[in-house]
Design a protein around this ligand. Structure first.
Ligand code: NDP
Length: 445
């Protein structure tokens, strides 16, 4: 490892103790960009480029008090990490999940910076959220929490400053409550959040964008290797926003999707997952995915197990970070899986990624493959600024072009550095080059 890269990695560990996911994300990027750093080492060292890149521009942590339906008071912790604004206002989702902490926010905001660069849209990188657990809470409790969260967050965001969106635990309902409170506090009806309702500033295709984008880029990668989603057997994890629309689009493209899951277990439906039933369970009833077998008796539910034990051609991990480890990767490869396209952020552990690459499994990292969501968020911001509204077909066509553009950047960046087929390196190098160029142009601020 290059001495400069090693020094920066050591510094990251020292300055951010107890944040293994952040260390993991930084290490993956630094390992990948080493050939670029080697070429420009003098300039990067002189301007402390890597040191700047691994330190957020601003990191906010705040108290979120709220009352439950019985009048009991709770205090959660809120975060917003504004990592890098070289390419535009900070942009990235809000996550409500018990695992949220400073380290997970830093890792997600860091990744978001490069992902947003790949979209070609004018957006910087940020991420936020809270350790609040929306599971089992009433609508009123979720509303109370969102209002309290926004009461603090609104001081730090704005349509030209920082534009959050949804992520795990934050969907249309939560964005609505957050937006209403922002409006009440600021008196401004403006594009400060994306993923809004279609009647009040939201963009068509935003709900579907991440899952659809995963399938669009999967098809580009498969085609380049003489394969296609059409006729492929696909395993998907998760049953939230990304998973649901990845299942839907993969099926529209002719694939047979045989699994979905949640944190309790997974469903295997040999006849193909019924996406309407998943939506009914998850979006309407907010229930567990195990309910699926009551409605589709030919399907099976495996409690406490992961979808990666089934036989499939293509795997789409769409749930959460580090959900696919080395054992899972070995199972997938042994069962004939030849492509993995990440829908979630960093769902594959480093060991599993290395194994896939060693076994020549086509592997597309999340920062490239799940960028469709944030890309359509940027299109939503543009529509809000222009006070206009575009059709589903128009936005979907843009999304397809953006995903094609990401594929081209990622594959050619890998080739530029003699690593053809290594799309992890390609994505990191292509994103890094854009961010660093903008930072240089702006005087290394
Ligand atoms: P949702 O909250 O809609 O869904 C998350 C899903 O993952 C749920 O089904 C959840 O099940 C499941 N899950 C959570 N933890 C685990 C676990 N340990 N094992 C298996 N399943 C689990 O979130 P999204 O679909 O929005 O996000 C999913 C991933 O995609 C995240 O990594 C997110 O950062 C990433 N992403 C999302 C984008 C978006 O536009 N929404 C954009 C880009 C990336 P349960 O109900 O049991 O918790």
């Amino acid at each position: 490892m290059l001495k400069y890269v090693r020094e920066v990695m050591d510094m990251v560990r020292e300055m951010n103790p107890g944040e293994p996911e952040f260390h993991q994300a930084v290490k993956e990027v630094l390992d990948s960009i080493e050939p670029v750093v080697r070429k420009h080492e003098k300039e990067y060292r002189a301007n402390r480029v890597l040191e700047r890149l691994v330190e957020p521009e601003r990191s906010i942590s705040f108290r979120v008090p709220w009352a439950d339906d019985h009048g009991r008071l709770h205090v959660n912790r809120g975060f917003r990490v504004q990592f890098n604004s070289a390419l535009g206002p900070y942009k990235g989702g809000l996550r409500f999940h018990p695992s949220v902490c400073r380290g997970s926010m830093q890792f997600l905001a860091f990744e978001q910076t490069f992902k947003n660069a790949l979209t070609g849209q004018p957006i910087g990188g940020g991420k936020g959220g809270s350790n609040f657990n929306p599971k089992g809470k009433s609508d009123r409790e979720v509303m109370a929490f969102c209002q309290s969260f926004m009461t603090e967050l609104h001081k730090y965001i704005g349509p030209n400053e920082d534009v959050p969106a949804g992520d795990i635990g934050v969907g249309g309902r939560e964005i609505g409550y957050l937006y209403g409170q922002y409006k009440r506090l600021t008196n401004q009806y403006e594009g400060v959040l994306t993923g809004k309702g279609l009647d009040w500033g939201g963009s068509l295709v935003r709900t579907e964008a991440t899952g659809y984008g995963v399938c669009y880029i999967a098809e580009e990668m498969l085609n380049a290797h003489g394969k296609t989603l059409n006729g492929a057997v696909v395993a998907v994890s998760g049953s939230g926003n990304v998973a649901t629309y990845a299942v839907q689009k993969a099926q529209q493209m002719g694939a047979k999707v045989v699994t979905v899951s949640d944190s309790n277990g997974y469903i295997y439906d040999p006849d193909g997952i019924k996406v309407d039933i998943v939506k009914e369970i998850k979006e309407v009833r907010r229930a567990r995915i195990s309910e699926y077998v009551k409605m589709v008796p030919t399907a099976t539910y495996r409690d406490g197990k992961k979808a990666w034990e089934v036989k499939c051609d293509v795997a789409l991990p769409c749930a959460i970070q580090n959900e696919l480890n080395l054992d899972d990767a070995m199972d997938l490869v042994a069962n004939g899986c030849y492509a993995v396209v990440e829908g979630a952020n960093m769902p594959t552990t480093r060991e599993a990624t290395d194994y896939f690459q060693k076994k020549k499994v086509l592997f597309m990292p999340g920062k490239a493959s799940n960028a469709g969501g944030v890309a359509v968020s940027a299109l939503e911001m543009a529509q809000n600024s222009m006070r206009t509204r575009r059709s589903f077909e128009d936005v979907d066509a843009d999304l397809q072009n953006i995903m094609k553009g990401i594929w081209q950047q990622v594959s050619s960046a890998a080739e530029d550095y003699d690593m053809a087929g290594n799309y992890v390196a390609g994505a990191n190098i292509a994103g890094f080059r854009k961010v660093v160029k903008a930072m240089r142009d702006q005087g290394w601020v």
